[in-house]
Structure formats: C-alpha cells, structure tokens
Design a binder for this molecule. Structure first.
Ligand SMILES: N[C@@H](CCOC(=O)CCC(=O)O)C(=O)O
Length: 394
C-alpha cells in the first residue's frame, strides 16, 4: 500500500471485508453495538479495549471513510461530521478556548463568517479577518493570543489562492495551528498538510460526494489535535456522520480523481470562454486573472478546480437575468456536483454577511458563481450564452 498512488488509494485502501466477502463496502446502520459481557462493555466505553461503542463516535462504515480520507490528505487522523459547518465548529470547539484569537481570511463562505462572528464570539473567542492573499496583513494581524489561522483556498466564490506554505510558516512561528478548508480542491488537486498546514477541513457534501446526495464533513490532522481533541467534541456533542452518508462518500472517493481532473479542465475552458464574452466584466479562476507563483504552480500541477465566478456588466438584475435564462443549469447553492450549478452569492451563500463587508470582500451584486459539472461543455456555454447575449441586446 505504501507505494500506491492517490488514485489507487482512493479506491482500494482501508477496507476489511466481512465474512460475506462483499466487493462493495458494507453499510452498518446500527446505533449501538452488543458486547459479550458487562466487563467488555466497560472496557470499550473507557477506551481500555478497542472496538465499536456507539455510532455517535464509532461506526465501521464511517471509520472506513475516515481512514481513507486521512490517508488521501496525508493526516494521522480524520473525524467525520454531519456537515462541513459542523466540521468547522468541532475543530474550533476542540482546539480553541475563551481568550484565544482566531485569525481568519475574510474570503470565506458566508455561513463560516457568521459562525465565527456571531457564535464563537459569544464563547469568548476573539476573531479578526484579513485579506486572503495579503501576506503582510496576515503577519501584522497576529496577536500574542492567536491560536488558529483559518482559510479556504481557493476561496468561495472568488477563487483567491493563498500561499499555504507561507501561512504554515507564519502559524508555526507563533505556535498557532493552520486550518485549511480544502473542499474546492480535494486532495486530488491540493494536499495542504504536505504544504505545512496542521488541519484540513472538508465539506464532503461537495466534490467528495460529487453527485449532490448527502451532507457531511470531515476534519483531518494529527492524532492529538483531531484524533483526540476534535473526536472528543464529536463524541460529546454529537454532530456525527451517518453510516449511509459515509457509504455514499466512499463511493464518491472512488471516482474523485477522474472527476476532479474533468471538472478542472471544463472550468478552465469555461473561464477562458467567459473572459472573452463582451457581457462579462471580470472572471475569477485560479491563475486566470493574476499570476503569483504559488497560484500558477497549483494550477499547472493539477488544475484549478471546478469552481469559477464572474461579474456581468450591469447590476443584480443583470446577474439574475443570466441565471434565470439558463434552461438546464441548476439554480442552487451547492457545488461540486456532476450537474453544473449556478448561484448568485450575494443573495444566497453570503446573504447573512453584512452588505458593506460583503461588497468589501468582492461579493458584489453582479457576481455569478458557477460550479462546472460534467455535462458537455458546449451545452453549458449555450445555456449561459442565452442570458449573456441578451444583456448585449439591451
Ligand atoms: N458552502 C456551500 C453551501 C451553501 O449553503 C448555503 O448557502 C446555505 C445557507 C446557509 O448556510 O445559511 C456553497 O457555498 O454553495
């Protein structure tokens, strides 16, 4: 197994067949487990003996998913959660305490921002935000009590790519943890732990699933931080992944590599096509609009991912008209699906961010986000052309 590539690991690693000798992984939809004696139960609950205890924190199907994702991300441990947001919550609850400072990129998913500002602040965690790609701002915003640096890269929805290596160095210098939400790239395109990050977060709902079926999340990192601290939160607070969802994500991992390469190639072509369209003001896709070395390196190595966004020439009505003119693209607030989705971030994914802050971070009313799926690219372009061409006729 040591020499297997990520493609083989994603399909083959980490599963011991039951006595039925099944080829596809079994699902264990059980809430609890039965012991041969009271003593065995006590040993399992105290951790003295290994094995399943209760599906809130130990389930064989969920464990298979966790073990596989840990290896793919290069972490020692993985804890699966009920959603991407509960992965972020468990990570913060397990690794921060009142009085600590969390330094976050300002280019994060709107709901993550609400979690940090509205809820973590209530528990005495200090939060501040810096521009994703401004290295001087990250350095200047470090405080004596900074315990965690947090970002999504590429960011949602402007696909800003941060230099993980630089931020990892900064975090280490100040004994803080670097947490990277890797849900846009997945380990197929980017492995933050190999670049120096301490923790990787996933919304498994996105590309890990790949077909928009289930909610789930994951935290990957060291035994101490994730295997102990974050798992302790999940065991106690209970935002756990269900066995059925874990099974769906296991199936998703089997095709992840193929899908990510196809999503990336399609998104890159679509970004280039959009940037030539006269009704489009600006396109955001890694390496397309700016060329810092780490951004180009990421794209050349593996592709820039399946997500892009663009500003139409006009206002919110113009953006909505492009969205509404599509016939098969899914108007939805999700991403990472084989079905292309189209989203108006200002009024959906980032609607709870205070307007001035939203606009300051580039989520303007004329911005449209696309998660490029695996339909024929010419069909996707034709669906988008309808609304874009109509804008020119006005
Ligand atoms: N991160 C995803 C999920 C979008 O989900 C929502 O926008 C739900 C709204 C909310 O959390 O309040 C994406 O960016 O599409």
């Amino acid at each position: 197994m040591e020499n297997w590539s990520l493609d083989t690991l994603a399909i083959r690693m980490g599963y011991e067949r039951t006595h039925e000798q099944e080829n596809s992984e079994a699902i264990f939809p059980t809430s609890s487990f039965v012991y041969r004696s009271a003593q065995e139960a006590a040993q399992r609950f105290s951790g003295e003996a290994p094995g399943n205890v209760y599906s809130r924190f130990t389930n064989p199907t969920v464990r298979t998913f966790e073990n596989k994702l840990a290896v793919l991300e290069g972490g020692e441990a993985c804890v699966a959660t009920a959603s991407g947001m509960s992965a972020i919550l468990a990570c913060c609850m397990g690794l921060l305490k009142a009085g600590d400072h969390l330094l976050s990129s300002s280019s994060i998913f709107g709901t993550t921002k609400v979690l940090f500002t509205k809820y973590l602040a209530n528990f005495g965690i200090e939060v501040s935000f810096v521009a994703q790609t401004d290295q001087q701002a990250w350095s200047a915003a470090i405080q004596p009590n900074t315990k965690m640096l947090f970002l999504e890269t590429p960011s949602n929805p402007l696909t800003e790519v941060a230099d993980i290596g630089f931020l990892a160095g900064l975090a280490k210098q100040h004994q803080a943890l670097l947490v990277v939400d890797n849900c846009f790239c997945t380990p197929i395109l980017q492995r933050p732990i190999a670049l120096g990050a301490d923790i990787v977060i996933h919304s498994a709902t996105k590309f890990l699933d790949g077909q928009g079926r289930c909610l789930g999340g994951a935290v990957v990192g060291s035994h101490e931080a994730v295997g102990e601290a974050v798992r302790g939160v999940i065991r106690t607070a209970g935002p756990s992944m269900s066995p059925f969802n874990a099974w769906v994500f296991l199936k998703g991992l089997e095709t992840l590599s193929l899908r990510m390469k196809a999503h990336s190639a399609a998104a890159q072509s679509l970004a280039e096509w959009l940037s030539e369209h006269p009704a489009v003001e600006q396109v955001f896709y890694p390496g397309l609009t700016s060329h810092p070395q780490h951004e180009l390196a990421m794209r050349q190595q593996s592709g820039g991912g399946g997500l892009l966004s663009f500003r139409v020439k006009g206002d919110q009505a113009a953006a909505w008209s492009v969205i509404d003119a599509t016939q098969f693209l899914s108007i939805t607030a999700n991403l990472g699906d084989v079905k292309t989705s189209i989203t108006h971030p200002a009024t959906t994914t980032h609607c709870r961010v205070e307007p001035a802050q939203r606009i300051a971070t580039g989520i303007t009313d004329n911005l449209v986000r696309i998660s490029v799926g695996l339909e024929d690219l010419e069909d996707i372009k034709a669906d988008l052309s309808r609304g874009l061409d109509a804008l020119l006729a006005k």
